[in-house]
Design a protein around this ligand. Sequence first.
Ligand SMILES: C[S@@+](CC[C@H](N)C(=O)[O-])C[C@H]1O[C@@H](n2cnc3c(N)ncnc32)[C@H](O)[C@@H]1O
Length: 218
Amino acid sequence: MTDWAKVWDETYAKQPQIYGEAPSQIAVQLAELLRHRSLPVRVLDLGCGYGRDSIYFAQQGFEVMALDCSPVAIQLLQTRIAGTELAARITTVVTDALQSLPAPDGHFDAVYAYLFFCLAFTDAELTQLFAECARVLKPDGYLAGTVRSVYDRSYGKGEQIEPDMFAVPNAVRHFFSERYLERKLTEAGFALRSLDRRDETVGESHFNDVLVFVAQKQ
Ligand SMILES: C[S@@+](CC[C@H](N)C(=O)[O-])C[C@H]1O[C@@H](n2cnc3c(N)ncnc32)[C@H](O)[C@@H]1O
């Protein structure tokens, strides 16, 4: 069985700036939605990497839990915020998100996940992950992020594991149709607020077709 933490550690050791420094457009969009909320505004950055978006959220005054399975990624984030005022607003966690999320029920105003759900998660694991996101969110909390779409140019490459899920060396990709994403969100108790298809370049990485979504817990 693949040790994904090790795979990601190796990626970040080789390419510590793989997704650049700038926050994602959808992180900025989510911050706007959260701005009117009463303090403290709490955000979980699921699969945060080295925390380019976690840092942006903390700069907006939000309390951030930055969670990733890669110790190397989290170390990069810790080094970047050490000695700054952001360190007090970002809690880092190294864990596999398939373990239950380390937060009480109804804790967060938002769960944010940039290119996370489209990784090596089966349909059953996605059901579990979306349910966990719903559990840790406040009743009107947001779940926002991006996933690779079924129109991505790498769709169909490698060995098929499940419908729309393929393994290539050192990566497993789960591609989402709009209908599949909406169904998973609805089944977990979310209402879809917006859904767009975009071509996104982040740092050294180009994704020709991602679904960008904002959902709200019902
Ligand atoms: C495509 S990267 C995106 C990183 C970050 N969100 C960004 O946009 O800069 C996906 C991240 O998910 C993390 N990851 C993969 N599987 C995970 C798991 N089961 N639990 C927690 N993190 C995981 C990886 O270590 C990696 O940092």
